[in-house]
Design a binder for this molecule. Structure first.
Ligand SMILES: [Zn+2]
Length: 425
């Protein structure tokens, strides 16, 4: 049993590990966590106990940035960087989501794939059609998942089928907030969502600002400084020195704001993010796949920015947070930085919860938190993992092997809201 209390890179007492642990769950909440021998005596007779002999119980993974409409175009060979890839694959593909049946089918598959990979919470991009938002929230509600999403607002530099007037987008967003945000008996949360600065006119930004003012409790979800060309283009369009100034001048920065990528943020921008509580989603598989650049994690941490991990499917190449950590490690290696396995698993759990302002209810096993957790196979599920893990004795060594060569196959079981949602046969 392993869970984090703080970032291991920044704090000495950052985690709790119980070699033979017990997690006590009652009424969808964590009641207690500790040594099996101690806690066993305190649980009422007749309590159902599930034993995972070769498992390590961890909080469910939290994916802070991904796109469900890109499911069927993951691993698309555009031969180009971000802007070419968007034009060639993403924009045409999103047209299909006007079809409610297709949107439903994709949303169900997408969430099942997250669960199979041990991801229990995600902040998800949809597309411009309300049908696509309904499909995702309906599928998440049926699974009892905590999902944050919203309709994607955009009114320029897009193909015709993705353009919407700011008035229409604002009206639809408001209707969707009322329909889905904190819907009773659900764990659904709304995020006012726009693709990035180049597809958002000043008029659209004004509408977004008004929405955020009226619904201050909902999140903001967008991209920033993913690619040099996009960063330059954004500053040209708005006459700004820094990309972040665009979002800042419309009062969109807060601890409920998640900006994906941030590869080219300056120290000044990151310090402003710290002051406002704005978070970054570090998306290593996507940044490598599109050749966007290397995110400087240590600089962001030094500047005090909260960082979570994102798969960014479909520019990201895996649903697996283990594989995302594999690439995160390499991105840091290329900058002479190190990602310790403990920090890696922190980022995939509590770090993500903090980035999404959900750490009061998710991210670790403190009593009262919502019971989303997974079981990681520590004995190895493939011949190579079995062999390699037999040479790893320390916890950190095992975690490092799993975050380097592990994937969905290493997830033995996923529990959502205290209930078994999926397990290996
Ligand atoms: Zn993205």
């Amino acid at each position: 049993m392993l869970h984090f209390l703080n970032n291991p890179d920044l704090s000495a007492e950052s985690y709790q590990y119980f070699k033979d642990g017990l997690l006590v769950v009652h009424d969808k909440k964590i009641k207690e966590v500790g040594d099996f021998s101690e806690l066993e005596k305190t649980i009422p007779v007749g309590t159902k106990v599930t034993h995972y002999k070769e498992g390590l119980i961890l909080p469910g993974f939290i994916d802070t940035h991904t796109h469900y409409p890109q499911l069927d175009m993951i691993a698309a060979n555009s031969g180009g960087h971000l802007l070419q890839w968007l034009e060639k694959f993403t924009f045409p593909f999103e047209k299909k989501f006007k079809d409610q049946r297709y949107a439903n089918e994709v949303a169900n598959f997408f969430l099942d794939e997250l669960i199979r990979n041990g991801t229990t919470t995600a902040m998800v991009f949809t597309t411009v059609y309300p049908e696509a938002v309904d499909a995702l929230f309906k599928a998440a509600e049926a699974r009892g998942m905590c999902i944050i999403a919203g309709e994607v607002i955009g009114d320029r530099n897009l193909p015709e089928h993705l353009i919407q007037s700011p008035e229409k987008a604002s009206k639809e967003t408001e209707q969707l907030i009322k329909k889905w945000h904190q819907k009773p008996q659900s764990r659904l949360l709304y995020a006012i969502t726009f693709r990035f600065a180049p597809t958002t006119s000043p008029e659209a930004f004004q509408k977004i600002e008004e929405l955020k003012k009226k619904y201050s409790e909902v999140c903001i979800h967008t991209h920033i400084s993913e690619n040099q060309q996009e960063t330059k283009w954004s500053n040209q369009l708005f006459g700004t020195k820094n990309y972040l100034d665009i979002y800042d001048c419309y009062h969109l920065l807060s601890n409920k704001t998640l900006l994906a990528h941030g590869v080219y943020l300056t120290d000044e921008e990151e310090q402003r993010m710290k002051t406002t509580g704005t978070s970054i989603a570090f998306c290593p598989t996507s940044n490598l796949f599109l050749g966007s650049g290397l995110f400087d994690l240590k600089k962001a941490e030094k500047n005090g920015v909260t960082v979570g991990l994102g798969t960014d499917v479909g520019a990201g190449t895996s649903f697996s947070m283990l594989q995302t950590l594999n690439d995160a490690y390499k991105v840091l290696q290329l900058q002479n930085q190190n990602l310790s396995p403990l920090e890696g698993f922190y980022l995939a759990t509590l770090g993500g919860a903090k980035a999404l302002a959900l750490d009061q209810k998710l991210g670790n096993f403190l009593p009262g938190k919502e019971a989303d957790f997974i079981v990681l196979n520590m004995a190895g599920v493939t011949p190579l993992l079995k062999r390699r893990l037999s040479y790893a004795t320390a916890l950190e060594d095992k975690l490092f092997v799993l975050m380097t060569i592990g994937d969905d196959r290493s997830i033995m079981a996923t529990y959502i809201d205290g209930k078994l949602a999926w397990s290996q046969k």
